[in-house]
Every structure is written in C-alpha cells, then in structure tokens.
Design a protein around this ligand. Structure first.
Ligand code: ZN
Length: 289
C-alpha cells in the first residue's frame, strides 16, 4: 500500500515532467473511479455522500489545463492547474500514476482507469488494479483546501508542539493515534511501528501518557524515518511503482516492520508481535518503554 514516502517520491519524480505542461486530451476509462465530493464538510473516505458525477466533463478532468504544481498532503496527491482546478489522486491499495514519454509504448494497459495526454506527446496514466483508489475532482483550489483541512498536520513536517496537542486528550494506544489521519496525515502501519521503535516507545502506551521528552523524540523519529524512506524511493512492496515504473527499495531497511519473532537489531531479543488498532504491530519489549 503506498504510504507517504511512496507518494512523496512519486510527486518528486513526476514534477519535472509535468509542470508547465498543458493537458490536451483527458479520458476516463471507468466512470466509477471519479468522485466529485458533494459536501465539502463530509467525511474523507469515498462515501455515499460523494456524488459519482452523472455528467462528468473532460474539463472536470483538467482538459486544457496547464499543470501548475503537484501537491501532497498525507498520502494524497493533487494535480493543480494554473486556473485553480484540481484533481486529487487517492492511490488506495494498489494505485499509481505512470508517466510515459512520447516514444514509449504502454505495456500495462490493463487496469488503466484514466489517461491524460500532454502537449509534448507524453501521457500520464492512472492505474489501479484493486480499485480502492480514485480521482477526486475539485472545481476550485478552495474546495480542495477545505477537504484537506480535515486531515491532521502532514507527518513529514510534524512539530513536537502539534503532536503534543494531539496526544494530550487521547487515551487510545499511541500506535492507534498515529494511524488516525485526522491526528497526523500520512503515517501508516509500517512507519508507525518504525517510528515508535526509533523513539523507544511501546506501541500500546496510552497516547496521553507520553512525557514531553518522549513526544519530542517521537516527532523527530517520524520525520527522520519518513525522510529516510523518501530518499530510498519508498517502501512498498507488491504493486508499488514510481512514475518510471521502478519498485521501492526501502523494504529491506525496516527495523521492526515484518520482522516479528526475529532478533531485535539493538538487543537481539525476539521482536514482539501484537494486534493494536486491528493492525499487526511489531516492537521490542526490551528496547521500548
Ligand atoms: Zn531490542
């Protein structure tokens, strides 16, 4: 599942080829992957209150738009046009954006749900085999901002102060709180476990029980772990590819994720596996307090 580092890596790899380009053709191959958030006050997931547009126009899909920037919040990536239109891409479990230069043939036609042709002859494809992702269409930049305000601060830049304010009133296990996108945008299962291990905090601790020093350590661990993963090209595993179709390399570097029962890198005791917030959670009972 693409997490923040994969999405940020994708954003950085796409920007040089997309910025300033104009979309001269926009095609939606499957209507049901596009959503117009009907109610900006509504929930964040693709819900029944979000209208499947009956008459989606090519303009909604950024036809004739010049791409101004790619912006990320948490695990979501938005394509912003110079005139304010925006399409937010949710990658879901298996989604990806693939850029194909003019000369290259598209070898993976299956599961391509949207195609944009750019004025240099290249193409941008949205591909999503399992279809948990989709495209959210926003007529104006303000509509997108209203949606994104519902998310917590972006995890890559989270400050001690913001994390401290979010944890104060919460009794849920710290692992569960880190996974809550309204608290912190962009931390998934992998990076929650890795950050807690690096900060030496047990994942089952009540969120409000963390000391000021632990919160400082946790905030800096989250930022460091995410930065490291972005440098390595993101982590995931099965279906993740970047804009050039390369797979992430980060997987090999995990200290605890996916290593339950194996020796801790610091103390060599076997790593503990538990279920917290319905997610498999790996930690070291000896190194994390
Ligand atoms: Zn240990």
């Amino acid at each position: 599942m693409p997490e923040l580092p994969e999405v940020e890596h994708l954003r950085r790899s796409l920007e040089p080829v997309l910025l300033g380009r104009t979309i001269i053709k926009a095609t939606l191959h499957r209507r049901d992957i596009a959503v117009m958030p009907a109610d900006p006050q509504g929930g964040f997931s693709r819900s029944s209150s979000d209208a499947r547009p009956a008459r989606l126009t090519r303009r909604d899909l950024l036809l004739d738009a010049t791409i101004d920037r790619l912006q990320r919040k948490g695990k979501q990536l938005a394509i912003l046009a110079t005139d304010g239109r925006a399409v937010c891409v949710h990658l879901g479990m298996t989604g990806g954006l693939i850029h194909l230069p003019l000369s290259s043939r598209n070898r993976r036609r299956d599961h391509v749900h949207a195609t944009w042709r750019l004025d240099d002859g290249s193409r941008l494809l949205f591909r999503d085999p399992r279809r948990f992702g989709g495209l959210w269409i926003f007529p104006t930049r303000m509509c997108l901002d209203e949606r994104w305000e519902k998310l917590g601060p972006d995890a890559l830049h989270v400050t001690t102060r913001a994390l401290s304010a979010a944890l104060q009133s919460r009794s849920a296990p710290i692992k569960a709180t880190l996974l809550d996108q309204r608290v912190l945008a962009g931390v998934g299962n992998i990076y929650a476990d890795e950050s807690l291990f690096r900060a030496r905090i047990r994942p089952g601790r009540p969120s409000h029980s963390l000391s000021a020093g632990e919160i400082r350590r946790l905030a800096s661990s989250i930022r460091a772990i995410l930065r490291q993963a972005i440098r390595a090209g993101g982590s995931s595993i099965r279906d993740y590819r970047d804009a050039q179709g390369r797979q992430g390399l980060q997987q090999r570097r995990h200290a605890v994720y996916g290593r339950g029962g194996k020796p801790c890198a610091l103390c060599a005791n076997p790593l503990l596996v538990e279920v917290i917030a319905q997610r498999t959670t790996v930690s070291c009972a000896h190194c994390q307090a």
